[in-house]
Design a protein around this ligand. Structure first.
Ligand SMILES: [Zn+2]
Length: 471
């Protein structure tokens, strides 16, 4: 046994590529959980790669190596094989790769120059550009007054359908502008940012070496970018410290260039809402990722999350997605993007896991691509229309009439418990999503006099500018 391990290590060193991190030789098994919550906790304790779940049948799809499958049997889990050997050959070539996505985005930008701005938001570990397309009317003009909504796909490389959803959002918005009244109005009022392929290095590995690759390209073992964000990093057993685990959190919080690129971009655009597309499980996830923690503004975050899920029809047409926190629906997650979005950047963020266990990570393109992206439209359109719903927005202005960005706002429900702190974005513009009701909004900034007013928020967005005077 020991000589085998030595050989294995030697192979790892010599080939520069660890065998364990690859899925070749792994099996995909479907396990039936009598006690779902407890079962998932035990599975997570073994750093087993959970591919997806079916909440109706209480089944989880697991990618297991021989040791893990032996552990499952020994511990009384009932499972059956879905795939005896995971096919590590590349998925259907009609799915995107980094080169194709770049040229698709360049074509979109060239075809719709007045309503798009294509930007490389930074470089991946291996030096690939990570692209965002910003969609809005008069895209070349300064747009500080327009709030942003952000859609990103593919933190996890093997989740190839998610890039298709991103491309479809872009396609629908660009084609709809000037034809569809609702889309035209969204592009007039908002900036919609889309990153259709975030983990470009990982996706390259999906095509060149392992179709089940999930992480980035760090060192041959890879870091799970979606466990690497520096908010609550490594705080609740929601990630692994082992480099070979599929949810390896990285050697330190925010260690990965991709994580940094995303944080910089989100800090710059300060979106009101974001959706991070993943696959699979047919669920909508909102923060926080650690058990027992609820967002400070859960009355808004959870209500919208449930509404969002209710718009998304399941692949089999029977019912809609479910919504909840990661520990409610799956398992604990720490260092995930949505927690950072919410707690640090003030975004209302969601994860959507598209497709069911019947489709898996790489569904038949011909059968499922168009159907999946069409089904997702009701979700992202709902969030855009929610921008038009109950909310306050406006500008914080100083004594000179100029916008004040370093102000702090606090919104409290009159006679209720709701309270939210808001930091304005560029030039003092702010947006705060609320439930209808009466609120007191107060604002302060260094060296200026605190002021407040009471407003009644109905079913649509209400412009409320706030003026600060000298002390
Ligand atoms: Zn994922």
């Amino acid at each position: 046994m020991r000589s085998f391990i030595v050989l294995l290590l030697a192979f790892t060193v010599l080939s520069g590529r660890p065998v364990e991190a690859h899925s070749t030789g792994n099996r995909l098994v479907r396990v039936q959980l009598s006690d779902y919550r407890e079962g998932m906790k035990r599975i997570q304790s073994q750093s087993i790669d959970v591919a997806g779940v079916n909440l109706d049948t209480r089944e989880a799809d697991l990618l297991v190596n021989p040791t893990q499958s032996e552990w499952l049997s020994r511990n009384g889990f009932r499972f059956r094989e879905i795939l005896e050997k995971v096919d590590s050959s590349a998925p259907d070539t009609r799915y995107q790769n980094p080169t194709k996505i770049e040229s698709a985005l360049k074509q979109f930008a060239a075809a719709y120059p007045s309503i798009t701005k294509l930007v490389s938001i930074g470089k991946s570990l291996q030096g690939r550009d990570i692209w965002a397309i910003q969609i809005t009317e008069n895209a070349s003009k300064a747009t500080a007054s327009k709030p942003h909504v952000f859609f990103n796909s593919m933190h996890h490389a093997r989740e190839v359908m998610t890039s298709e959803v991103g491309l479809d959002i872009i396609d629908q918005l660009l084609q709809g502008y000037g034809k569809d009244a609702q889309i035209t109005q969204w592009l007039r009022n908002y900036v919609i940012d889309v990153v259709p392929m975030f983990n470009v290095d990982g996706n390259n590995l999906v095509w060149t070496s392992d179709s089940m690759w999930r992480k980035n390209a760090r060192g041959g073992y890879g870091v799970d970018i979606n466990r690497n964000y520096p908010f609550a990093w490594n705080s609740c057993r929601g990630s692994s410290g082992s480099r070979w685990a599929q949810d390896f959190r990285g050697d330190s919080a925010g260690s990965e260039p991709e994580t940094q690129v995303m944080m910089n971009f989100v800090s710059n655009i300060r979106p009101v809402f974001s959706i991070s597309y993943h696959s699979y499980s047919e669920i909508v996830i909102y923060p926080y990722g650690c058990a027992g923690q609820r967002t400070e503004t859960h009355e808004v975050v959870e209500k919208i999350g449930k509404e969002l899920a209710s718009k998304l029809m399941k692949d089999d047409g029977r019912g809609t997605y479910r919504a909840g926190t990661a520990p409610e629906l799956l398992y604990s997650v720490d260092g995930g993007d949505i927690d950072w979005h919410y707690a640090v950047a003030g975004v209302i963020p969601y994860v959507i896991e598209v497709n069911s266990t019947s489709q898996g990570f790489q569904p038949s393109y011909a059968q499922w691509r168009d159907k999946t992206v069409a089904g997702q439209r009701a979700g992202w359109k709902y969030l855009l229309s929610r921008m038009d719903g109950a909310s306050l927005y406006g500008q914080v202005r100083g004594p000179s009439g100029m916008g004040v960005q370093n102000a702090s706002l606090e919104v409290r429900s009159v006679g209720g418990t709701f309270k939210q702190k808001v930091r304005p974005a560029a030039e003092g513009f702010y947006t705060v999503i609320l439930n209808p009701g009466q609120y007191e909004i107060s604002v302060e900034a260094p060296g200026l006099k605190r002021s407040s007013k009471v407003v009644t928020v109905g079913e649509s967005r209400l412009r409320t500018d706030l003026s600060l005077t000298n002390l």
